[in-house]
Design a protein around this ligand. Structure first.
Ligand code: HEC
Ligand code: HEC
Ligand code: HEC
Ligand code: HEC
Ligand code: HEC
Length: 490
């Protein structure tokens, strides 16, 4: 009996030991994506803060000497990155779903300074400092002193993998150091700051850390704008993000078409992209607050974003005959001017699709695809150029903390194309078919936008701040249209 209990206790000890080993291995960080927690103190954010006595400076102070840069930046999405109600809605949902630990991940890209100083720990705008509300402000980009792109868990730029160092301790007083692409000349900084040249401010590397978004824990690339660019023709020709997004519309066209770099004097701080909806919402808010100048700046950005989208793609129609009868129409969608995939970034939320209507000689509709239903959603049979996110359970997912893979990826590579085929069944006795096709874009599916805007934290009042009482139909931009009459017999 004694012997037996001894044996039993040995067995129990062995089982316990096995459990400990199993637990230790399961709680170990992934060997595929090793995290250096000594370096990345804000993990899951990969931003590093080299703290000195020099503090971050509000954009309004920089405006004192750089008014032109301020006016351009002030109408940009970078200036809205934290106060954006769509962001605040999703941020609120993220913290509720995952817990506070995800906070630094989202916030480090949307309001870097206030994240590393630990001012911002969760959603909401009440009581936030000017530097927090200023989002991706002057002193984020111009305080970047180095990059940790090769030290991240994925060994690629991800999740804010840059180093912020706004200045030095100095002998008596702290000295602000602002970094840029130019060789510092005497008197640079006007006595307010020192200047330092870097080799990455004129390159996509500066933008990479924030425009390459990975799952906060699994390091799955959710937004890959930087890597799409890096693997493109543009990167090989030395055309960087700045050459299309830090210039006016005409210069962007020139960079994309001729692959030549803009001249120094052509650079602007617009950071204009595709999100016309947010420019519009923000201009409504500025209008309500009585700031007509700001409302105008934002509407200028709105116009630029719409114009940019309308220059991004081209359509080509061609008929396919079978046994001499029109059987299909092929629509080729070409990405002619986006320096990354089209669309990019939040590809599982943004919608870009073909609307195609074919009519017979009498004008009767014989096919219709890509139309919007009464409830605002896109019809099921639409040909979309986006991605479908899925979670660990392989089910469809929208939220970035759930998505760990894409079930489908239909975005169009830079200078590349995707084909869509539509079957045609011409009505009897009909000689011609008229095809009208549009490439259309909107920021999100109607229901998703409604859900996000309803999730904004309590201190954002959509009616008071934006004049929104009911969420209207999301505006759609027609990027390109084409029309062709095809004969039914070859
Ligand atoms: C998202 C990053 C980013 C933000 C935000 C930003 N800048 Fe810049 N800034 C850059 C880059 C990149 C360049 C270099 C562009 C170029 O090649 O001229 C630059 C250039 C500059 C220059 C040098 C221009 C020249 O012609 O030499 C000044 C001055 C400047 N920025 C000030 C500001 C001020 C002031 C703000 C805020 C109102 C600001 N920046 C916001 C990225 C940024
Ligand atoms: C690595 C940087 C980074 C991280 C981390 C990040 N974002 Fe973003 N976020 C971006 C960039 C860049 C965009 C702009 C993409 C675009 O407009 O196509 C963006 C856009 C968004 C938008 C769309 C805003 C609009 O007006 O349409 C939402 C919502 C958003 N982020 C929420 C979040 C939340 C919530 C988290 C945390 C779970 C998060 N982000 C983490 C960089 C980041
Ligand atoms: C007292 C005036 C003054 C203030 C305030 C000021 N600057 Fe400057 N800054 C200058 C002057 C002068 C230059 C050199 C000429 C130029 O590029 O405009 C300069 C140059 C720069 C450059 C170009 C550096 C390079 O090597 O390319 C950057 C970047 C910059 N400033 C960023 C900022 C930022 C960010 C702020 C706010 C935190 C700021 N400045 C506040 C006066 C000022
Ligand atoms: C050759 C010009 C070109 C270059 C280079 C370029 N872009 Fe773009 N970008 C565009 C065009 C055109 C659009 C509008 C179409 C679209 O949304 O893709 C766009 C859109 C965007 C958007 C908005 C996406 C959305 O649908 O909400 C972001 C974010 C962006 N670019 C970031 C970048 C970054 C970061 C880089 C560098 C890594 C870069 N771009 C390089 C032309 C360019
Ligand atoms: C500190 C992080 C950070 C850095 C660095 C950064 N961005 Fe952004 N950028 C963002 C975030 C966050 C947004 C989205 C804000 C939102 O939608 O709420 C954004 C939005 C944009 C947009 C607008 C996208 C749209 O949908 O219209 C463009 C264009 C853009 N960034 C270009 C750049 C370029 C070019 C650089 C480098 C010179 C750069 N960004 C550097 C964080 C960053």
């Amino acid at each position: 009996m004694k012997h037996f209990t001894k044996q039993l206790s040995v067995i129990i000890i062995l089982i316990l030991a096995a459990c400990v080993v199993a637990f230790a291995t399961s709680s170990q960080t992934s060997t595929t994506f090793p995290v250096d927690k000594e370096l990345f103190k804000f993990y899951p954010s990969l931003m590093v803060y080299e703290k000195t006595k020099a503090n971050f400076t509000e954009p309004e102070t920089c405006a004192g000497c750089h008014q032109d840069k301020y006016d351009e930046w002030h109408g940009s999405l970078h200036s809205l990155a934290f106060i954006d109600p769509v962001y605040q809605g999703e941020y609120n949902k993220a913290v509720k779903a995952v817990g506070k630990e995800i906070g630094s991940h989202c916030a480090s890209c949307h309001t870097a300074a206030a994240t590393v100083t630990k001012e911002v720990k969760g959603p909401g705008l009440a009581g936030r400092s000017a530097i927090a509300k200023a989002g991706v402000s002057c002193d984020i980009c111009h305080s970047v002193s180095s990059l940790n792109h090769c030290k991240t868990p994925s060994r690629e730029p991800e999740n804010g993998s840059l180093v912020l160092r706004p200045g030095e301790d100095g002998k008596e007083n702290p000295v602000l150091v602002k970094r840029g692409p130019q060789k510092a000349e005497d008197g640079c900084g006007g006595g307010f700051h020192d200047c330092k040249q870097t080799d990455f401010h004129a390159k996509s590397d500066l933008c990479a850390s924030c425009h390459q978004v990975y799952h906060y824990d699994k390091h799955y690339p959710l937004e890959s704008t930087y890597l799409e660019w890096k693997h493109s023709h543009y990167a090989q020709k030395d055309i960087h993000c700045q050459d299309c997004h830090m210039v006016g519309h005409e210069t962007f066209l020139k960079s994309a078409d001729t692959l030549t770099k803009p001249q120094r004097k052509e650079y602007r701080h617009y950071f204009n992209g595709a999100n016309y909806l947010l420019y519009y919402l923000a201009s409504q808010a500025a209008e309500k607050a009585g700031d007509k100048e700001q409302a105008k700046r934002l509407m200028n950005q709105y116009d630029m974003a719409v114009k940019r989208l309308q220059k991004a793609a081209e359509l080509e129609l061609s008929p396919i005959y079978r046994n001499g009868i029109l059987a299909e129409v092929k629509v080729r969608v070409k990405n002619i001017r986006a320096g990354h995939n089209l669309p990019t970034s939040l590809t599982n939320v943004r919608q870009m699709w073909l609307e195609l209507i074919a009519r017979d000689e009498k004008g009767a509709i014989i096919i219709m695809s890509g139309t919007i239903e009464k409830n605002g959603s896109l019809s099921e049979n639409s040909r979309k150029f986006s991605t479908d996110g899925m979670g660990n359970d392989m089910h469809f997912a929208i939220d970035p903390w759930v998505i760990t893979a894409f079930a489908s990826h239909e975005t169009i590579p830079p200078k590349g194309y995707k084909d869509a085929y539509f079957a045609i069944n011409p009505t009897k006795g009909n000689k011609k078919v008229t095809i009208e096709v549009k490439l259309r874009y909107r920021q999100a599916e109607q229901q998703i936008a409604e859900k996000l805007l309803k999730a904004v934290p309590a201190d954002i009042d959509l009616a008071r701040d934006y004049g929104i009482t009911k969420i209207p139909a999301l505006p759609i931009v027609d990027m390109v249209t084409a029309k062709q009459v095809l004969s039914v017999k070859k």
